[in-house]
Design a protein around this ligand. Structure first.
Ligand SMILES: Cc1cc2nc3c(=O)[nH]c(=O)nc-3n(C[C@H](O)[C@H](O)[C@H](O)COP(=O)(O)O)c2cc1C
Length: 186
């Protein structure tokens, strides 16, 4: 059975380091045996723009017939094998838009599409800590809403020095990212 892994960037800006790394994961796993053993992977990684397209969470909209974009996102998450989140750090936490995605995705309470879903996280930052506070926040939260945390704490510091102008990602960053992707695909 084919497996889809959804990749979500917490940043909206065009020149985002986080989104560049998300794209590198998608590119680096296409045609690749992401799940390892067989050499003929049926796992695909797709980058989704949920953070941009979702409205602000509003309980009054979260009815049996939520906005179409919400319904489509929940259905896609429910059908996915795993979710991989890349996050920047904004004021020692995840960006508000990323939190908004998680809020929509984690409802209805105890019946939502992230329950049991395999989830991995990486953080990046031009600073020395690689987004540690935002990654810690997500890694603590993921089990609390019933998903399964996969992979190590992956913090990619000084990221502005590790992505070339043409988008090429330094192997010291790409290798652990692809290792996390493969672990999620297992
Ligand atoms: C509102 C705001 C708050 C920020 N707070 C932090 C922070 O707490 N820690 C940190 O390492 N970088 C912080 N930064 C810098 C970001 O790490 C940097 O802008 C990064 O490139 C954003 O990720 P992106 O390139 O994926 O958009 C902040 C940036 C903004 C815009």
């Amino acid at each position: 059975m084919s497996k889809q892994i959804i990749v979500v960037s917490g940043s909206l800006r065009k020149a985002s380091f986080t989104t560049a790394l998300c794209k590198a994961i998608v590119d680096g796993t296409s045609g690749d045996a992401a799940t390892g053993a067989s050499g003929a992977s049926d796992t695909s990684f797709v980058l989704r723009d949920y953070v941009r397209v979702l409205p602000h969470y509003d309980g009054d909209l979260d009815t049996d017939t939520p906005p179409q974009v919400v319904a489509e996102m929940r259905a896609e998450l429910a059908a996915s094998h795993a979710v991989l989140i890349g996050t920047p750090e904004y004021n020692y936490n995840i960006p508000g838009g990323l939190k908004n995605f998680i809020d929509w995705a984690s409802r209805p309470f105890a019946k939502h599409s992230l329950i049991g879903r395999r989830m991995g996280v990486f953080g990046c930052s031009p600073g020395d800590r690689g987004g540690k506070a935002s990654v810690d926040y997500l890694r603590n939260m993921i089990p609390l809403f019933g998903a399964t945390l996969v992979g190590p704490e992956l913090l990619l510091a000084k990221i502005n020095t590790k992505i070339a102008a043409d988008g090429a990602v330094d192997s010291s960053v790409l290798e652990p990212l692809l290792a996390l992707a493969r672990e999620l695909g297992a």
